[in-house]
Design a protein around this ligand. Structure first.
Ligand SMILES: C[S@@+](CC[C@H](N)C(=O)[O-])C[C@H]1O[C@@H](n2cnc3c(N)ncnc32)[C@H](O)[C@@H]1O
Length: 302
């Protein structure tokens, strides 16, 4: 199918904006938001919401997508203060979205920063070329192609032309979250925010201890596959927090979305604050030692 011309795109964009303005009266908007002051509203962001598949061509938001609409607003609200800090500090804010998939977060970040009148350059990175192609299509729909670029490459092989100020990774698989943290720390990014996904590295280490018949206080956990996976996931995050602190970041780990939406709802938010912290590194080492000796490859890369 032929690519739409610039003129076709512009006509479509202005027609969608007109439909959104007509449909999203103050009364309908208030009913949708329950009177809350949300940052992303259909009348102001129809192209973004269309690109994300939330509103239809008629600019209406079907009831089944309201929950997702509220989720993305919640996510932007959580990240907005840290983004505002970066915008105050830099004339152009460079952001990397690691393991960006079809670009949900990439587009939200780009749109939000631009809506604040700030210049941003966003780079979405994913090893899957097909999802990058889809992300590029969505970016054009959102009207963000001038400020969002993509790289179809594994994070491990990524060469950044300039260091980013902020590094995000939303549900990047297993050790890809650690790859994202490594990228951010090495680039001395001021903000690193990751929501980990299916971490399995530590569980594999514990399974190996069990296979080897190792004796230890945690042996009952090493030998129980479900408990091993669950506990290892949380401990992996606790270890990541300590390693980020050791690298000089102030770190919080918080629930960023209600568990009924996704069980992978921990957000690790790290802000570069000062010199490396040897006490945090010692806390990481103690955590590893007390649970049997298996740790994260991330520790050697920091
Ligand atoms: C669960 S999806 C999440 C996508 C997106 N961040 C979101 O939340 O919608 C994880 C993505 O990470 C990508 N990924 C996993 N490991 C990667 C790596 N080492 N380098 C680059 N991309 C990776 C996958 O291709 C996939 O698109």
């Amino acid at each position: 199918m032929a690519e739409p011309t610039d003129a076709t795109r512009e006509r479509w964009a202005s027609e969608l904006a007109a439909r959104a303005a007509a449909h999203w009266t103050p009364a309908r908007t208030a009913a949708l938001t329950n009177g809350k002051a949300l940052r992303i509203l259909p009348a102001a962001a129809p192209h973004l919401l269309r690109a994300l598949g939330l509103i239809d061509e008629d600019a209406k938001l079907p009831p089944t997508r309201v929950r997702k609409f509220l989720q993305i607003n919640h996510m932007v609200a959580l990240l907005a203060p840290a983004l505002a800090e970066l915008c105050a500090a830099h004339p152009v804010v460079r952001i990397v979205d690691a393991g960006c998939g079809r670009s949900y977060l990439t587009l939200l970040l780009a749109w939000y920063a631009r809506s604040r009148g700030h210049r941003v350059e966003v780079l979405g990175v994913d090893r899957n070329a097909d999802v990058i192609a889809e992300a590029q299509r969505r970016t054009a729909i959102a009207g963000l192609s001038e400020i969002v670029r993509y790289a179809a490459t594994p994070l491990e092989a990524l060469v950044l032309p300039e260091p980013p100020h902020a590094l995000f990774a939303l549900h990047a698989c297993d050790t890809a979250t650690c790859d994202a943290i490594t990228l951010g720390v090495r680039a001395e990014a001021e903000l690193i925010a990751v929501a980990p996904c299916c971490q399995a590295e530590l569980a594999r280490g514990w399974a190996a201890l069990d296979d080897a018949g190792t004796v230890g206080d945690f042996a009952p956990v090493w030998g129980a596959p479900h408990l091993r996976r669950e506990l290892a996931a949380h401990l992996t995050d606790a270890m990541r927090v300590q390693l980020l602190r050791a690298a000089g970041y102030a770190v919080t780990a918080l629930e960023f979305i209600a568990p009924e939406h996704t069980a992978k709802n921990t957000l690790i938010r790290a802000t570069r604050r000062g010199p490396p912290d040897p006490a945090a590194r010692a806390a990481y080492d103690a955590l590893v030692a007390s649970t049997g000796g298996a740790g994260l490859a991330l520790a050697d890369r920091m």
